[in-house]
Design a protein around this ligand. Structure first.
Ligand code: GLU
Length: 480
């Protein structure tokens, strides 16, 4: 840790309850959490729910639940901006008393009409010198100095300068008196003695406004050191577009529901803009806390690669002890209803679980792998039947011969079943894999899945024969 001293780091995540928890916000939370944990500091959760109508209770709970799921714990909060308006009023009064604000009664239309075609966009300062009193129907604007520059010291990007003349006199309180986001953030960050503000790059343009408010308050309401800023790189998709809800999967909840493991998710998120000094890709949260340096975060956009995330998830799934794998499946099934939990305590599951664990990408795939066992009304879909059975001229003969051998088998075990199929393959001068295909689809319903012979053994002789008979009948009956 090179920033701040022992115990002095105070950071926060300030999500807006928008209805889902964005993977980018999760990454921001994780980096903040790392800083706090590395320094023995504090990580604070603050929900920016100033836009009251839009924010529902369940969205608030959703944020906390997503954080908990990812293993990101907090030391203070959750605070809610909607409950802190008294503080914002005090801050507004202090700024007003020191003439950093002025009241404005311009309508949006009037501003647009006046400023159309102006070289510098934004508010034109019309009310600056009008000396209006504060009151209902009047917004409050910050009086941005005409000259000079506002510098944002950014730990990732270095100093970023904004010429003050390019910053409009921005609104800090609406005409109904409610503080706006830009003011509430500063009031809270000061009040909470935040030392580092890590947030998404898209907030960089508002940061000089925050710095201006902060410095104005330092003059009038007591000095609080400015936090260090760090704007984290954008997350982009394969087309290098900023990931968005409209075109990409961005909600942590969706990944959770699909059966991603939280530790795989957190590990992958950590690598979006940062890499482990020795280049390793898999690490524990403790390793991450130890190795993470904000200065090592880069500023170029990070590719949010779902395929890579899927690969990570597979690696994490395979590393679980078998019992833990089952426990995770159970937990997932209970949470989502995506799988009948009784499957997981069946004897069949006991046999197949290791084979499933070796293959699944996400827990949500488990049902597809073992469904053939628990589907009482088992029926092969037309498309698979067509491809693997009906189009194969030798399929009827293969199924018939396999049925004979399977039917006569004294013990119904994988090794013997394999041998029987090898014999049939030889008769047809086929490789085993090719001879397996119609049998697999007739009995398991899928062209890919668990190893065939183990699956057949678990399915049991009676059901296997019945399914082969049904396939033969279906073939005999012509097109269906
Ligand atoms: N509320 C903002 C967001 O959800 C974060 C602002 C901040 O961190 O200062 O992206």
């Amino acid at each position: 840790m090179t920033i701040g001293g022992e115990g002095t780091v105070r950071v926060r995540i300030a999500p807006s309850p928008t209805g889902y928890f964005h993977v980018g916000t999760a990454r921001t939370a994780l980096y903040n959490w790392c800083l706090a944990r590395a320094a023995g500091g504090a990580f604070i959760v603050r929900i920016e729910d100033t836009d009251r109508e839009r924010h529902q209770e369940e969205q608030y709970e959703g944020i906390l639940s997503a954080l908990r799921w990812l293993g990101i714990d907090w030391d203070d909060g959750p605070y809610r901006q909607s409950e802190r308006s008294a503080l914002y009023d005090i801050v507004l009064d202090a700024l007003w008393d020191a003439s950093h604000l002025y009241a404005c009664d311009c309508s949006r239309e009037a501003v647009v009409a006046r400023t159309k075609g102006n070289a510098t966009p934004g508010y034109d300062g019309y009310c600056r010198a009008r000396g209006l009193e504060r009151g209902p129907g009047r917004a409050l604007r910050f009086r941005v100095p005409d000259d000079g520059v506002t510098v944002v010291h950014d730990l990732i990007r270095g100093d970023v300068e904004f010429a003050n003349r390019t910053i409009e006199d921005f609104v800090v309180a609406k005409s109904n008196g409610d503080a706006l986001f830009v003011l509430a953030v500063v009031a809270d960050d000061r009040d909470m003695r935040i030392t580092h503000v890590l947030r998404a790059e898209e907030h960089l343009p508002t940061t000089p406004k925050a710095v201006l408010i902060w410095e104005a308050l330092n003059e009038t309401a007591g000095r609080v050191p400015l936090p260090a800023f760090a704007h984290l790189p954008l997350l982009v998709n394969a087309k290098r577009q900023k990931i968005s809800k409209r075109r990409d999967r961005v909600a942590i909840e969706d990944y959770r529901a699909q059966g991603f493991l939280p530790e795989a998710m957190a590990n992958y998120l950590a690598l979006l803009g940062w890499s482990f000094p020795d280049g390793r890709e898999f690490f524990t949260p403790a390793d991450l806390v130890e190795a993470f340096r904000l200065e090592d975060v880069n500023h170029s956009p990070a590719f949010f690669d779902e395929q890579k995330l899927l690969h990570f998830n597979g690696v994490y799934i395979r590393a679980l002890p078998l019992e833990e794998f089952t426990a995770r499946c159970r937990h997932w099934a209970q949470e989502t209803g995506g799988l009948d939990v009784s499957v997981l305590s069946s004897p069949e599951w006991g046999v197949l679980a290791p084979l499933v664990q070796e293959r699944v990408g996400v827990l949500g795939d488990v049902g597809g792998y073992v469904g053939f066992l628990f589907d009482e009304t088992f029926a092969v879909e037309d498309e698979s039947f067509e491809k693997a059975v009906r189009r194969d001229e030798e399929a009827p003969a293969i199924l018939f011969e396999v049925r004979e051998r399977f039917g006569g088998a004294a013990s119904f075990e994988a090794a013997g079943l394999k041998q029987a199929l090898e014999e049939v393959a030889e008769l047809h001068q086929r490789r085993l894999g090719k001879a397996q295909a119609p049998v697999r689809v007739a009995t398991l319903g899928r062209t890919v899945g668990l190893p065939l012979f183990e699956s057949l053994e678990v399915l049991g002789q009676a059901r296997v024969l019945d399914r082969i008979d049904r396939a033969l009948e279906r073939l005999g009956g012509g097109a269906d």
